[in-house]
Design a protein. Structure first.
Length: 297
């Protein structure tokens, strides 16, 4: 009788032999299939060559079909690839922004307060504050008045437009004051913040000169010259200017301080611009802008 150790050795030997046999059979089948496929491919190529030699029109048709398939694959691949945006190296030169650290202490205080109050970035606000000071110096108007008009007219939205076509930061009637935009390249410059500010200052100065006083000039500016009142427009502008004067003087003013006729912060939620800012609901004063701006030309 054989011992258990010998039986185990015989069993393992049988298993190894069976595994070797299976592997050899598998390798043989794989090589046979490869050879068969190679022969089949060679036969297809030979057949295609003989057929193309005997029938040139079939060869041309096959070539055209293959070329069309390859071109379609190329177009599909290109369509699926994301095309990178082209670089614009001079983009930074066209941005309306300034370094807040370059402002005077007075200007910096005003810019920071307006940026928080109207929820805009400090860099573009710094540029507008700089320009308001420069335009105020050239025109003889208080820079805080210019900024207050922008605040009430558009809430510092340079792309604002009213229902009657007043556009930009200071809501100038572009189609009426198109001549004032000619030095800046045309009426599309109304959406350039600095250009709109400068043109708006020109119109505001004309209104004050024509009306004879600041408050009456603001009434002209909003288009309420022929109305009994301006809907509180002048009061809002002057109240905001007062806030800005206090900020410029180094006094603390809450960024949520209310304006006359407002129950809370001046930040509106509607998207329709009017005389109370680019996001306020239109009033009767806004609809009368055309009544006074035309004679000013």
């Amino acid at each position: 009788m054989k011992s258990p150790g010998k039986l185990t050795a015989i069993y393992r030997a049988c298993i190894d032999s069976a595994g070797t046999f299976a592997r050899d059979v598998g390798v043989g089948l794989l090589e046979a299939s490869h050879n068969t496929l190679a022969l089949l491919g060679l036969a297809v190529v030979c057949g295609a060559v003989l057929m193309s030699a005997a029938h040139p029109e079939l060869r041309d048709d096959a070539e055209q079909r293959a070329l069309g398939w390859l071109l379609a694959r190329q177009e599909a691949r290109l369509a699926n690839e994301s095309i990178p945006e082209p670089p614009i190296p001079d983009a930074v030169a066209r941005v309306t922004a300034a370094d807040p650290t370059t402002l005077s202490k007075q200007q910096a205080s005003v810019a920071a307060w307006l940026a928080r109050r109207y929820r805009v970035a400090i860099e573009p606000m710094s540029r507008l504050v700089q320009e308001a000071w420069e335009s105020g110096r050239r025109s003889g108007l208080e820079p805080t008045l210019i900024l207050a008009v922008m605040a009430i007219e558009s809430s510092f939205n340079p792309f604002a437009q009213s229902s009657v076509g007043a556009q930009g930061l200071m809501q100038v009637m572009t189609r009426v004051h198109d001549d004032k935009y000619e030095p800046y390249g045309g009426v599309r410059a109304a959406f350039d913040p600095v250009t709109n500010l400068r043109v708006g200052v020109q119109v505001l100065k004309e209104c004050i000169a024509r009306a004879g006083s600041l408050e009456a000039g603001l009434k002209y500016y909003v288009g309420a010259a022929n109305l009994a009142d301006d809907g509180g427009y002048a009061g809002k502008v002057l109240a905001e200017q007062s806030n800005l004067n206090r900020v410029a003087a180094g006094k603390w003013v809450s960024v949520t301080v209310s304006l006359p006729g407002n129950t809370a912060s001046p930040i509106k939620t509607s998207s329709t611009p009017d005389e109370g800012g680019a996001e306020a609901q239109p009033t009767s004063a806004d609809t009368k802008r055309v009544a006074w701006v035309a004679p000013l030309r």
